[in-house]
Ligand binder design. Structure first.
Ligand code: FES
Length: 98
């Protein structure tokens, strides 16, 4: 469903998503890197625990929330990947202190 532009040279970075190493382009957002790796859901809803994934990719819908480097409710579409970044899918509500 999602393809990268093939005419652009970009360096790679590796991030961990739920413990799984994923190679992303250095200019990817977390959400784009997850889509490119075939991961469509980055969180579950607070009440019914249903999967949700990025929708707008421009910071409006907040369906891309994930835990990034231990901080919950980060917008994956607005957060650029960094080599060694640790991303976890967010389960339900953000925990206080995370
Ligand atoms: S995908 Fe909509 S805010 Fe990130």
């Amino acid at each position: 469903m999602f393809r990268r532009f093939t005419d652009r040279e970009q360096s790679n970075v590796t991030i961990l998503v739920d413990g799984r190493p994923i190679v992303a382009k250095a200019t990817d957002s977390v959400a784009a890197a997850m889509f490119a790796a075939g991961i469509a859901a980055c969180r579950t809803t607070a009440v019914e625990d249903r999967p949700r994934g990025p929708y707008c990719m421009m910071g409006v819908c907040f369906d891309c929330l994930a835990v990034v480097d231990g901080i919950g409710s980060r917008q994956g579409c607005m957060t650029r990947v960094r080599d060694g970044m640790v991303v976890e899918t967010q389960k339900g509500r953000r925990e206080i202190g995370r």
